[in-house]
Design a protein around this ligand. Structure first.
Ligand code: MD6
Ligand code: FE
Length: 217
């Protein structure tokens, strides 16, 4: 009989759940770095404040957004794009914290994408009711790099669809510390987030923060 309190293999390798070809959910992958990540999120938001972007159709997004890294994802009446300058401050985005870069690289490697070098990190803040409609990430130049998504704070239901908008979407509960990687055959899958439910998280209170890292340029 095994009387160890935990299994050494499991402790070293958190659960990795395949979602599709090229897509992996890494449960709790960010937990070891959570305090550094949160301190760095606060630093980014202090430098480049969260704001509600306007969609090309003129709607105010429910999610509040900022960026760090060489490129930031922005939306306004003219469309979606990556920009090296934060239009709100007329300054470059704050640098990407080493904690974000390192975690994203490790997560990508676990999913089979070596040497992931993100140059853009979108920071999204969800309050209860905030959501993200089903969409594809297509504003990047090179689709050979994966997307890495880090969830912090309140849990959310992530919609992970197919390559066509009408394809049935998986509903994946994402909790504090979970990381999702999608690339390769899944790089252009539709995805979104259902309206955030009310709740309280020990570190983030009534918020969810999502970090999305991409190689955009
Ligand atoms: C999330 N965000 O906030 C995932 N994609 O959990 C996205 O998938 C996303 O916020 C493209 C552009 C903006 C986004
Ligand atoms: Fe997206």
């Amino acid at each position: 009989m095994n009387l160890e309190l935990f299994d050494a293999t499991e402790a070293a390798e958190p659960a990795a759940l395949p979602l599709a070809d090229g897509a992996l959910l890494l449960r709790g992958f960010a937990l070891a770095a959570q305090y550094q990540l949160l301190a760095d999120v606060r630093g980014v938001i202090a430098a480049a404040p969260l704001r509600h972007l306007i969609t090309p159709g003129g709607l105010r997004m429910s999610v509040a957004t900022t960026n760090c890294g060489a490129l930031g994802w922005v939306s306004d009446r003219r469309g979606y794009r990556y920009d090296a300058i934060d239009p709100e401050r007329n300054l470059p985005w704050p640098p990407m914290p080493a904690s974000f870069r390192a975690l994203a690289r490790q997560a990508a490697a676990r999913a089979g994408f070596d040497a992931f070098a993100p140059d853009a990190c979108l920071v999204n803040r969800y309050l209860p009711g905030a959501k993200l409609s089903l969409h594809q990430d297509r504003d990047e130049h090179d689709f050979s790099a994966p997307i890495v998504s880090i969830s912090l704070g309140l849990p959310a239901v992530f919609l992970f669809g197919g390559l066509r908008r009408a394809d049935k979407a998986l509903r994946v509960a994402l909790r504090h510390g979970d990381v999702v990687v999608w690339g390769g055959a899944s790089r252009l899958r539709f995805h979104g987030v259902l309206p955030l439910a009310d709740g309280q998280h020990g570190l983030l209170g009534g918020e969810r923060v999502n970090l999305t890292l991409r190689a955009a340029g």
